[in-house]
Design a protein around this ligand. Structure first.
Ligand SMILES: Cc1cc2nc3c(=O)[nH]c(=O)nc-3n(C[C@H](O)[C@H](O)[C@H](O)COP(=O)(O)O)c2cc1C
Length: 356
């Protein structure tokens, strides 16, 4: 197959992408004690670059030692040992002709004390998730509502982690504002019931995201990338749309378009699903209000779905296909019939089994 966009190059600020296919961020929970992923997990990322991916996102790294962590075995990037471990990964990804981006997040009310050194859970408001924690079988704790001091501390965590990523040679960093984690919790009136300047109007609920982006950009040089990820779904309390309406979603995209960022990564559950009761999908609704480079993700699994998704976006990311098929990019290039993997099949990501 030679037609279409998937294998055409794309200029993302100073970076020339050889095609439009990338590895979506995937948490692996393999960092035991030292906040550094297992070697086979790092090698997995390098191999995806060697096998043709144009962009490789890391798993979501957690941003501070107090309250950011939501899963066991998550990675951090604020010490020299951690920087050294990632340096060989970024060097190898670059040598393979791909772009590396470190994703980072704070889990907010989806964190739980047992996996955080300071055993604390914080969020915009003292509202627990309705859902129980699937990893513990227990309810999530009621988080402390964040004080101004907490907000500043958490933003410093994002900044420190971004500095670590730059020192480790990443081409870019991503602020994870999706999937119901802390930044998303501020954006959504469902989880943000604050009465101060961080709650109430959408302008106010967006303020924390804005401050995090601005603070991070100050330590990400102009010749590196800064991306953000957003979504209209969350990992927990799935029944609640985290954006109230099409208008809210598009207003957040407009706000982001005014930020000093280089791309917006949109995480859809299914890239093709019509969103917010409209006849348009989330990429189309974003494109209506921004010229910024867009990445799209969600059930892109073969050439046809990649080309279809790329009608409304510049870059297509895949998680499960990249996870389970080491030759996915080449198989897509050849137009092979490829499976749509089920979520249960991706659970192998959290085992000690090295992936090819
Ligand atoms: C094992 C696994 C781990 C994931 N971890 C993250 C993560 O750390 N950060 C993130 O933004 N999304 C994460 N996701 C979501 C994916 O990036 C992606 O948005 C989602 O799986 C849909 O894409 P797919 O249909 O290609 O799998 C994860 C998905 C899987 C399967």
């Amino acid at each position: 197959m030679s037609d279409g966009k998937a294998f055409s190059p794309f200029e993302l600020k100073g970076f020339r992408l050889k095609n439009r296919l990338g590895v979506a961020p995937m948490t692996r929970m393999s960092s035991s004690g030292d906040s550094i992923p297992r070697q086979d997990v790092l090698d997995f990322l390098v191999r995806r670059a060697q096998n043709g991916a144009a962009i490789v996102y890391t798993e979501a790294l957690v941003t501070d030692y107090e309250s950011a962590q939501g899963y066991p075995g998550q990675a951090r990037l604020t010490t020299q040992r951690e920087i050294d471990a990632w340096r060989s990964v970024t060097d190898a990804i670059r040598a393979a002709g791909a772009v590396s981006i470190m994703q980072m997040f704070h889990c907010g009310r989806m964190a739980w004390p047992e996996v955080n050194p300071a055993r604390r859970s914080i969020a915009p408001s003292a509202l627990a998730l309705k859902q129980i924690n699937p990893l513990t079988g227990e309810p999530y704790p009621v988080p402390d509502a964040m004080s101004r001091f907490d907000i500043e501390h958490v933003i410093k965590g994002f900044v420190e982690t971004a500095r670590g990523a730059i020192a480790a040679g990443f081409d870019g960093v991503e602020v994870h504002g999706a999937h119901g984690y802390l930044i998303h919790q501020f954006l959504a009136s469902y989880s943000n019931q604050r009465a101060d300047e961080y709650g109430g109007s959408l302008n106010n609920r967006y303020r924390f995201f804005h401050e995090a982006i601005r603070a991070v950009r100050a330590v990400v040089p102009e010749d590196r990338l800064l991306t953000v990820r957003i979504s209209d779904w969350g990992i927990a309390d799935m029944d609640v749309s985290l954006f109230g309406s099409r208008e809210e979603y598009q207003q957040v995209v407009r706000f982001l378009s005014d930020e000093p960022i280089d791309a917006i990564s949109i995480s859809a559950y299914e890239y093709f699903a019509m969103a917010f009761g409209t006849d348009r999908n989330v990429a189309q609704l974003a494109r209506e209000v921004t010229d910024m480079p867009l990445m799209i993700c969600g059930k892109i699994h073969d050439r046809a779905s990649a080309e279809d998704a790329l009608k409304d976006a510049d870059i297509a990311l895949s998680a499960k296909s990249m996870l389970l098929n080491p030759n996915w990019v080449n198989d897509v290039r050849e137009g092979k019939p490829l499976p749509l993997y089920r979520s249960e099949e991706a659970n192998i990501a959290y085992t000690a089994e090295p992936l090819p």
